[in-house]
Design a protein around this ligand. Structure first.
Ligand code: SF4
Length: 343
């Protein structure tokens, strides 16, 4: 599978006709999801702090400790945001933040317990770089840290911080953040503890097609071992306000990568369209290039907005309309892709 995966991927990314590629991905997507549904979740992003020692070159969100516009939300502030979201029908929060130099494991445990006690909701939280950082700041091993987070109320883990799983690119763009092996180790350990996670890809930061394919192969191999990824979500690098001057890649490139991912990642059943980075029109088209899921309502997204990506927020009704217009039945789901309501 190793060399074959790369060879097949190279043909798809470099040589295939875009519409033929889309048709192949679409037929695989319809085979995997024969009910003609397109799912999404009603959720809210909460970024508990923008203070971060990571200083990744592609990130417009982080601030140094002590910076004028840096912040750390209190438990109460996070709780009120959860409450607002619940009142608008949200069933999940995506809880992520910077690598805060002073927050130890106890702060995170306290937060999870506070939320579960006062504002119960599914917590999809703390990406691999945060978990690695918590372990280092607190001097605790990965497995006990994950077990403690789950015991306190963590329900699943987002795939953030993967960007491109390629050491050459990571050394250049995010040398202070988890490397390839550690990102994979954190997800594999989580899967071993029964915690489901998502897998992501951020492309367009100077990687080669081969490096992008190696990233997909890492995910495919891990999924073969654990089956713990619920979904794969690719999106393009958003360059505004960052220290990188790569040009923003276009929709055809996005659709090509999305379709190739549906074909190559034959063991990850859900592939998400990213309306937040590509806009609603391309997200609709993505439903014919392998995507079966529209992501989420994502009330309050801060990270890609900081990088200049400002598509208008979408509520349940708007997402449902876009899905219907594309010829599918919209359905609300949970984090583990259980359909809760047809719209
Ligand atoms: S991407 Fe994450 S780890 Fe990197 S600087 Fe931004 S907030 Fe910090």
């Amino acid at each position: 599978m190793g060399t074959d995966f790369i060879r097949r991927g190279t043909t798809l990314l470099e040589g295939a006709d875009l519409l033929e590629l889309g048709a192949e991905a679409d037929s695989l997507r319809r085979e995997a999801h024969p009910q003609n549904l397109v799912t999404f979740i009603n959720d809210r992003n909460i970024n508990y702090t923008n203070i971060c020692t990571g200083r990744c070159r592609f990130c417009a969100f982080h601030r140094s400790p002590g910076a004028r516009d840096s912040y750390l939300l209190s438990y109460g502030e996070i709780g009120s945001r959860v409450e607002e979201a619940r009142q608008r029908g949200a069933v999940q929060i995506l809880l992520q933040g910077g690598l805060h130099p002073e927050l130890e494991l106890d702060w995170y445990l306290g937060l999870l317990r506070y939320l579960k006690r006062n504002h119960p909701i599914h917590v999809h939280g703390f990406s691999a770089p945060e978990i690695d950082h918590i372990c280092r700041v607190s001097g605790i091993g990965l497995k006990p840290a994950l077990a403690a987070l789950v015991e306190a109320g963590l329900d699943s883990i987002p795939g953030g911080g993967a960007e491109i799983l390629c050491s050459r690119v990571r050394r250049r763009l995010s040398p202070r953040k988890v490397g390839v092996g550690r990102w994979l180790e954190i997800h594999e350990t989580a899967h071993g503890l029964g915690i489901r996670t998502t897998a992501t890809l951020v492309y367009g930061m100077g990687e080669t097609f081969r490096e992008l394919l190696v990233h997909l192969r890492h995910l495919h191999r891990l999924q073969e071992r654990t089956g713990g990824f619920t979904a794969f979500i690719p999106w393009s690098f958003q360059p505004a306000n960052t220290r990188l001057n790569y040009e923003k890649t276009g929709p055809a490139h996005y659709l090509r990568i999305l379709a190739a991912s549906r074909i190559l990642l034959d063991n990850i059943v859900n592939i998400q369209a990213s309306w937040v980075t590509q806009g609603p029109d391309i997200a609709q088209l993505a439903l014919f290039f392998g995507a079966n899921d529209f992501g989420s309502t994502m009330l309050e997204e801060n990270v890609v907005r900081a990088a200049g990506c400002e598509f208008e927020a979408m509520d349940e009704a708007r997402i449902a309309r876009l899905i219907r217009e594309a010829g599918f039945t919209p359905a609300l789901r949970t984090q583990d892709y259980r359909v809760t309501r047809l719209l």
